[in-house]
Design a protein around this ligand. Structure first.
Ligand code: CIR
Length: 256
């Protein structure tokens, strides 16, 4: 029987030192762990078997597992994150994925963050961001082609990753932060704009039970999405948002 698996990584004591683009925020570690616990419970309730990878104190950003591997149908691409301080996060995640997929690896000088890869059906859109460079995108495109998928690079501005800008509500509908990507790259999709003041707050995670998890501090955008008949669940992830994280970045979801 097909099983849907979620890989997550526990929050280290060093999490308040996670990378951040703006001024360093105050992070409440207990609250971060409580929020992570609720995120994991939501995945369990949605029917995922959750594999919790041990944390790593030397890597404050390690709960953001999405950035170190991209899982396709047959292969998993182990990335080489754009931030050098994050490169040591990949191996335990790769070890866990090796049981499920053939591994491919992004090699220097390529860099790629999984947060820049948006897969919809047989298409992969990859953000050209501060974290993912042209060589990394070229290497990724080769691996995606092995998996039968075409890759389209997309310029990203004003946010960390492509998936901070664009998320997928279903195979035809995208939620997009106005001004973050050239929308012409997504011709053929229905585009729902995020509420302007919520561009950095609204993020989504599409779950196997057909429901959409959304961040609770972007109510205008959640309302816009719910009014289309999508079943929305809200979650407070403020401590992860404070260091530029969204909802997809805290898990890697895969089917077996
Ligand atoms: C970083 O700057 O790398 C982390 N503090 C946040 C990463 C968030 N990842 C994601 O949205 N895919």
């Amino acid at each position: 029987m097909e099983e849907d698996l979620a890989l997550v990584r526990a929050v280290p004591d060093s999490f308040p030192e996670a990378l951040v683009r703006g001024p360093r925020p105050h992070i409440d570690l207990d609250e971060a762990r409580a929020q992570h616990g609720r995120y994991v419970r939501t995945l369990v309730d949605a029917g995922y078997a959750v594999d919790v990878i041990a944390t790593d104190e030397n890597h404050p950003d390690c709960p953001f597992v999405e950035d170190v591997a991209v899982v396709l149908e047959h292969v998993a691409v182990v990335t080489r994150p754009g931030a050098a301080s994050r490169r040591g996060e990949a191996e335990p995640v790769a070890a866990s994925l090796a049981a499920h997929r053939t591994l491919r690896r992004i090699e220097p000088p390529g860099t790629l963050d999984g947060g820049d890869v948006l897969t919809i059906g047989d298409q992969c859109f990859v953000g050209r961001s501060a974290r993912s460079n042209a060589d990394g995108i070229r290497q990724f495109a080769r691996f995606a082609a092995e998996d039968g998928r075409a890759t389209t690079p997309v310029d990203v501005s004003g946010v960390l990753h492509l998936k901070s800008a664009v998320s997928c509500l279903d195979d035809q509908t995208l939620l997009v932060g106005p001004g973050t990507v050239p929308e012409t790259m997504f011709a053929g999709f229905t585009i729902i704009p995020k509420v302007e003041s919520e561009i950095h707050l609204a993020s989504t995670l599409r779950m196997r039970n057909g429901r959409l998890l959304m961040t609770a501090n972007a109510p205008g955008t959640a309302e816009r999405v719910a009014s289309r008949g999508v079943g929305v669940d809200l979650i407070d992830m403020s401590e992860f948002q404070a260091v530029d994280g969204g909802l997809t970045c805290l898990s890697i979801l895969l089917s077996n």
